[in-house]
Every structure is written in structure tokens, then in C-alpha cells.
Design a protein around this ligand. Structure first.
Ligand SMILES: [Zn+2]
Length: 312
């Protein structure tokens, strides 16, 4: 323990090095030996003051299929974002204040359960973070297809929706937990798998949540963002129907489908809970409902952690 200097005897403000040099002078030690002593002092100081190491953490731990992984990184020196990789793909790291960066990584029902390893690199320092990705059983539907195939999407709607889902705006618009986009009950949850004529559809999962609100009931923005997509049946949105896409920033987007009415235009900035349209049954829909898809870097994720826990 260091003794505290008393007010009557103020401790001289002197560095270790200066103190050692003064001591060498006082003892009249030859400089050959003095430099050896100095070397030892510097070595002890280097051990006593460890270099600030790269700080990083991943959550949730454990994770389950459909979860969004959050990787928080505090680099050695502020200002330069780290490189964050998982499974050969690099995900952007965005500044979230006080020198910290955060990367969101999506998982989906199509991922293989097991251990997920995320590699974080900052100024030559590499760190591997591992988290278990647990299996989860999703409800299944058995669909019988017969005769004529259902309406297919137009190239125009596919291209515009794909471009929207790839947005990686550095600005973070959302704040806190996401709100329900409609007051209706959930008629179809996230991740439901399907069998078509008894054959399991490997690539299909319900990429969103369906709300069975009444025809014309309000649809609100689940979180703040910028309207980055407005697509209408009249413009070729044959399957999606009347569509609104909200860019929440940092690779997080919401898409609202089958609307009867649209109350916003591209470029508008909306707040959480602000009305953007109304429930309808436009596009490939068998009855009035809202389909809300929440995407992270283009992959549909489970909105539940965003609704009840939040990512800040
Ligand atoms: Zn749906």
C-alpha cells in the first residue's frame, strides 16, 4: 500500500525515472551500473502498467436460431473501427458512443446449430469470440399445392425489395425497444417452417410476423427510421402488395406488406408509433393482415428480442 502524503510533508511530484537519476547522482554510482539500474526500473514500470488490451463481448450467450448477435468492441485507440468477421463474411462495425463500436450479426432458422465464432481484429490484435447457437423448434405448416401456381413476383418488386434490405446506413435512428406495429393478434409467428405436398421446404421459413388486425386498422412504425421504400401494386408489387420499407439504420430494416393504404413517402423520417398506413390484403394475401419483416443485414431475424429486450 502507498502511504498518503500528509499536508505538512507534501510528496514531491517526481517521475520514477527522475527519482532514479537523482538517486544515482546522490550515491555517485558509475553510469555503467546506473544504466543497468535504470533498465531494471523501466522494465518494472512496463510490467506494472499493462498495455490497454482490446475489449470485446458478444451477446446473447447462449443464442438461439433467429437471434441477432451483438458484438461490442472497445478498440485500443479510439476512432478506428474494428473488423468483425463471421463465417467468411465481414459485418460493419458502427460507433455507438464513448469509443465503442457495435456489430449486429443475424442468425435464422436456416443456420446450423452449434458454436458460432466471431473474429474481431483491431490494430493487428485478433480476438475470437465464441457463443453457442442453440437449436429451436419452429411450428410447421402442411401446404397442399395443386394446379395453377400462385402469382409470381415481378422483377421490379424483387429488385427494389432486395436493394432496400441491403441498406447499411451508419446513422442509428432507433432507440430502445420496438413497438407493436398493429393492435391485432399475431396470427403467424416468426420462423414457421413448411411442408409442400409432404416435402419439407429446406429454404422456407416465415420471414416475419403476421398481425390479424381488421381491414383499415392503423399500421405504425415499430421504431424510428427513414422511409426508404414505398412500393405499390400499380407499380408491379404483385406479391408484396402495397409496401412500406423503414430503414432504422446500421443494417436494420423493417418491411410492411399487404397494406390497403400508405400514409408516407420515400425520404420521410418517422418516429416509433407513427402511423405509416393501414392493414389490407393487397398482393399475395388471402385475407386482411399485416406482415412485418425485421431484417438485419438482409436476413430476416426474430423480432421478439427487439420487442422485449432491445439493442442500444
Ligand atoms: Zn407473413
Amino acid at each position: 500500500m502507498l502511504s498518503k502524503p500528509t499536508p505538512s510533508q507534501p510528496r514531491p511530484r517526481q517521475s520514477w525515472l527522475a527519482a532514479t537519476v537523482a538517486w544515482v547522482r546522490r550515491r555517485r554510482i558509475k553510469w555503467g551500473r546506473a544504466s543497468l539500474i535504470l533498465g531494471i526500473v523501466v522494465a518494472i514500470a512496463a510490467i506494472a502498467i499493462p498495455a490497454r488490451a482490446l475489449q470485446s463481448r458478444i451477446s446473447p450467450n447462449p443464442a438461439q436460431l433467429g437471434d441477432t448477435l451483438s458484438v461490442a468492441v472497445q478498440p485500443n485507440s479510439a476512432g478506428s473501427p474494428p473488423t468483425v468477421k463471421m463465417g467468411g463474411k465481414t459485418y460493419p462495425a458502427f460507433a455507438i458512443g464513448s469509443g465503442e463500436f457495435r456489430t449486429l450479426i443475424p442468425t435464422s432458422p436456416l443456420d446450423k446449430p452449434g458454436t458460432i465464432t466471431v473474429q474481431v481484429t483491431s490494430e493487428g490484435e485478433v480476438k475470437n469470440l465464441s457463443v453457442p447457437l442453440k437449436n429451436r423448434s419452429f411450428p410447421t405448416q402442411r401446404i397442399r399445392l395443386s394446379g395453377a401456381a400462385s402469382q409470381s413476383a415481378t422483377q421490379q418488386e424483387l429488385d427494389r425489395v432486395a436493394a432496400f434490405k441491403q441498406l447499411e446506413t451508419p446513422e442509428k435512428y432507433w432507440n430502445g425497444i420496438f413497438v407493436k406495429p398493429n393492435a391485432g393478434r399475431i396470427s403467424s409467428g416468426y420462423g414457421i417452417r413448411r411442408y409442400y405436398n409432404g416435402v419439407f421446404a429446406e429454404d422456407y421459413y416465415h420471414r416475419g410476423v403476421d398481425y390479424a388486425g381488421g381491414m383499415g386498422s392503423p399500421v405504425v412504425a415499430p421504431a424510428a427510421g427513414r422511409i426508404a421504400l414505398v412500393g405499390k401494386v400499380s407499380e408491379g408489387f404483385r406479391v408484396h402488395g402495397n409496401t412500406v420499407g423503414i430503414d432504422h439504420g446500421q443494417g436494420v430494416t423493417s418491411i410492411m406488406l399487404h397494406l390497403s393504404r400508405i400514409d408516407v413517402k420515400e425520404g420521410d423520417v418517422v418516429q416509433a408509433g407513427q402511423r405509416i398506413g393501414a392493414i389490407g390484403s393487397t398482393g399475395a394475401s388471402t385475407g386482411p393482415h399485416l406482415h412485418w419483416g425485421l431484417y438485419v443485414h438482409g436476413i430476416s431475424v426474430d423480432p421478439v428480442p427487439w420487442r422485449f429486450q432491445g439493442f442500444n
